[in-house]
Design a protein around this ligand. Structure first.
Ligand code: GDP
Length: 347
């Protein structure tokens, strides 16, 4: 066999292997194998090119089966009670016969070396239930990259027949905005008795919320929670109405006593029905797809630029010029861009 034929043969063998693995994983996912689903998400998160190839194939296979779940984002400052709420909420859904996947976005895990859901003490009870799948946050260099992986994990879970997908964020910063762009319903958990500034809640995050839940409404805290819920309800009335004409609810609940956990679920179902009827649910998912398409283009372009040896040299030189104040940072970016475009254009 000459070299050309050998390469062709090797490539086709590689392609067959890749196809087989994507097929196997896909069948496993469709047959409700948690092991295959976990493996598939690991592949998705891998930076190896060969794994990425299989992952891409797998996503294409899963896409036609995606979109059937209710995607719920859950955000709130650390300590507000997110994981305890998810335990209680997950149990309720489980009792209703729902398959539930819990995914997370925790950009800090890369820094701390741990992950919010990696800790086994979190969500101990539901993690043992059948039909509940808990996946720790993917790690990654950029929040956008981490979020992309979570978004693709949603497709895999949906192809596996999960009815409800919960996506938790560790805090209320940029990761909340990312999660907001990939869910149907965005739930903001709040503490009573702590000022907004204390909770680091920006008005923007409140405006994104489809409903707000005051946690820990039990014992001595119950009255305080009621008062806070009323205050937030009034505050939300001042916000401009949302495009889908949904009026966000302000609910109190306790994950300890399960008080009003069912009301949260009822509210989410009402919201989904409302948005299915007015067409917003589909429309919103299309807007999200466009957003993630543009986000991916940005990520890929940046990576391509930065990894390119030629641009590395340019960048080094331009940084020096910025330092010497011979050009501004914006001018430097312009020069870099034009030089690379011309270079690629002349290739
Ligand atoms: P997370 O950091 O947002 O995930 O918060 P956790 O779920 O870990 O909860 C933080 C603390 O609040 C823990 O000590 C919980 O036991 C407590 N907690 C959570 N939910 C409730 C609740 O419904 N009532 C009361 N009283 N405490 C709660």
């Amino acid at each position: 066999m000459d070299e050309k034929n050998l390469n062709r043969w090797l490539n086709s063998r590689k392609a067959r292997k890749a196809a087989l693995t994507a097929d196997t994983l896909f069948n496993g996912i469709q047959n409700q194998s948690v092991k295959d689903l976990s493996q598939a998400i690991t592949l998705l998160e891998s930076t190896l090119e060969s794994d990425q190839k299989i992952a891409k194939k797998l996503i294409s296979k899963c896409l036609p089966y995606s979109g059937q779940s209710i995607r719920i984002g859950i955000t709130g400052v650390p300590g507000v009670g997110k994981s305890t709420f998810i335990e209680s909420f997950g149990k309720l859904l489980h009792n209703e016969g729902k398959k539930v996947a819990v995914l997370a976005i925790d950009p800090s895990s890369e820094v701390s070396g741990g992950s919010i859901l990696g800790d086994k003490t979190r969500m101990e009870e539901i993690s043992t239930l059948p039909n509940i799948f808990i996946r720790p946050t993917p790690s990654g260099k950029s929040l956008g990259g981490v979020a992309q992986k979570t978004r693709e994990a949603i497709y895999l879970c949906e192809a596996g027949g999960f009815d409800v997908i919960l996506i938790e964020t560790v805090g209320v910063g940029q990761s909340s905005t990312m999660v907001h762009s990939m869910v149907d319903f965005f739930l903001l958990l709040m503490l009573s008795g702590a000022g907004d500034e204390l909770q680091g809640i920006k008005r923007g995050i409140m405006e994104m919320a489809d409903s707000l839940v005051i946690t820990k409404a039990d014992g001595d805290n119950l009255e305080k929670a009621k008062k806070a819920a009323n205050e937030y309800k009034n505050a939300m009335h001042l916000f401009p109405p949302s495009e889908n004409n949904w009026i966000p609810k302000s609910i109190i609940c306790s994950a300890y006593t399960n008080f009003n956990i069912d009301l949260v679920w009822d509210t989410i179902q009402q919201f989904i029905k409302h948005n299915q009827e007015n067409g917003w649910l589909e429309h919103n998912r299309q807007i999200q797809d466009n957003y993630w398409f543009e986000e991916s283009v940005r990520e890929t372009l940046i990576q391509h630029f930065l990894d390119n040896p030629t641009s590395k040299e340019f960048i080094k030189d331009l940084k020096l010029q910025i330092e010497q104040k011979s050009i501004s940072a914006i001018q430097a970016a312009d020069i870099l861009f034009n030089q690379l475009i011309n270079k690629n254009g002349s290739n």
